[in-house]
Ligand binder design. Structure first.
Ligand code: IMP
Length: 418
């Protein structure tokens, strides 16, 4: 089976745990976009692993993890992640971690530009300040440094010099900032390039020749952070939807069998931007505390709200979802009433189609009766309280897609198959 897995909301849907489960069956796990703005958490035997760049499949023996060309790499973060995983006993070598030569490298000026631009903006985006946007800007401006450039000292030196001329100029003139020293940066990053060099692999050649199956494409962020189809401009700088999986990895010869969409049983968002079902006050606190809704990358408190099925339905269509996964159902345990958005209103009128902009949208809710029993110990759908089953069944019928899995806790085993 070749599968793509994507988030159907604003990221943080709990994809890491599902990937950890699904990759039991698949051989190759592929990241195809984003960078270390992402943070996937997996809990194994009480130990928490947070992944920013390496696919979480690395925890499973015998799997190959791939970082595709659509990913932007901060070498310091990647090396730190490799070192930290190795120190926890996880085996990582060029045999099980392969990186595309065409990944773009995030340099210190990208992170700085990200922070400075954000500070200057009147309308903030709330970026993770990891340099993601500025690195993608350099990619399309054709001045970026790719992994293949980075590991070749001559090319790296030439490209870095020319980039620093330009960046230092902007930093000094527009932001009044101190310039970066070419020598210091070159010397420091040349050492990092040496560490990453053995992991570089022509993915197309390697996988085409091997004619391997069992690919799992692991999306980062979520549909409404997509640079084109998300809540622009409050989005990330890459295409996060399923149609980018093959483009962002270069593995276009892989035939996709399944597209899995992950949705949380409620909604969250980090950063700025419209969020029709957002809750303020005690309900929001409830979700934040019970669901540990703090960014895995930045630690920022996530904004929380009810499940928005109008939004998720749009994501199901955009990604051509064939199977659904519902996560964090247990967070709803103990609520007397649960609300789900099933229609949108704009200026008092019900909308017949999905709006171009989610600003000033009013949600129309359907109320569900909550349940008092803990769902966490459930391992079969029939173990769930009747009201929880009704909640899941309503989601499935509204979206027209069956839920293959339901997650009821952060532990690896807290998952039930439908
Ligand atoms: P950037 O990707 O750092 O440029 O941030 C752009 C927007 O995407 C901000 O609102 C971030 O909070 C959000 N974002 C980026 N990555 C993630 C993620 O992995 N989960 C949730 N939100 C994210």
């Amino acid at each position: 089976m070749n599968t793509i897995l994507v988030g159907l909301q604003w990221g943080d849907e709990g994809k890491g745990k599902i990937i950890d489960y699904l990759c039991l069956k698949e051989d190759v796990i592929v990241r195809f976009q984003g960078g270390n703005n992402a943070g996937h958490t997996v809990v194994v035997n009480g130990e928490k692993f947070i992944f920013h760049l390496i696919p979480s499949g690395i925890l499973r023996k015998g799997k190959i993890c791939v970082i595709g060309s659509g990913v932007v790499i901060d070498p310091k973060v990647l090396i730190q992640e490799i070192t930290s995983l190795k120190s926890k006993g996880v085996a990582i070598s060029p045999r099980n971690l392969k990186i595309s030569p065409f990944c773009h490298i995030i340099m210190p000026y990208h992170g700085l530009m990200d922070s400075l631009r954000e500070k200057k903006r009147i309308q903030k985006i709330g970026t993770t300040k990891r340099g993601i946007g500025p690195c993608y800007v350099d990619r399309v401006s054709r001045c970026g440094i790719r992994l293949v450039d980075f590991i070749s000292p001559g090319v790296f030196s030439r490209k870095l010099k020319s980039n620093l001329d330009d960046k230092n100029n902007t930093l000094r003139k527009i932001y009044g900032f101190k310039e970066f020293s070419f020598r210091n940066m070159y010397n420091e990053y040349k050492r990092l390039a040496k560490v990453l060099k053995p992991y570089m692999c022509d993915l197309v050649d390697y996988f085409y020749k091997k004619n391997r199956g069992g690919f799992l494409f692991e999306g980062a962020q979520g549909t409404f952070l997509d640079v084109d189809f998300g809540t622009y401009p409050f989005v990330t700088s890459s295409s996060v939807i399923s149609s980018n999986a093959l483009l962002g990895s270069g593995l276009s010869f892989v035939k996709i069998d399944k597209i899995i969409g992950v949705a949380k049983a409620y909604s969250t968002r980090v950063g700025e931007g419209p969020f029709p079902t957002e809750l303020k006050g005690k309900y929001s606190e409830y979700f934040r505390n019970k669901g540990t809704e703090f960014g895995a990358t930045t630690g920022r408190p996530r904004r929380c709200g009810w499940l928005d099925l109008v939004l998720v339905k749009r994501a199901v269509i955009l990604n051509k979802i064939t199977e659904l996964v519902i996560t964090k159902l247990d967070v709803l345990d103990g609520l007397q009433k649960i609300k789900v958005c099933i229609e949108y209103k704009y200026r008092g009128k019900k909308l017949k189609k999905f709006p171009y902009d989610l600003e000033n949208i009013t949600p129309i809710y359907k109320d569900f009766k909550g349940w008092n029993k803990k769902t966490n110990p459930s391992r079969k759908f029939s173990d769930l309280p009747k009201e929880a089953r009704e909640y899941v069944e309503f989601i499935e019928s509204f979206l027209g897609v069956k839920a293959g899995f339901i997650s009821v806790g952060e532990k690896r085993e807290a998952i039930l198959k439908r």
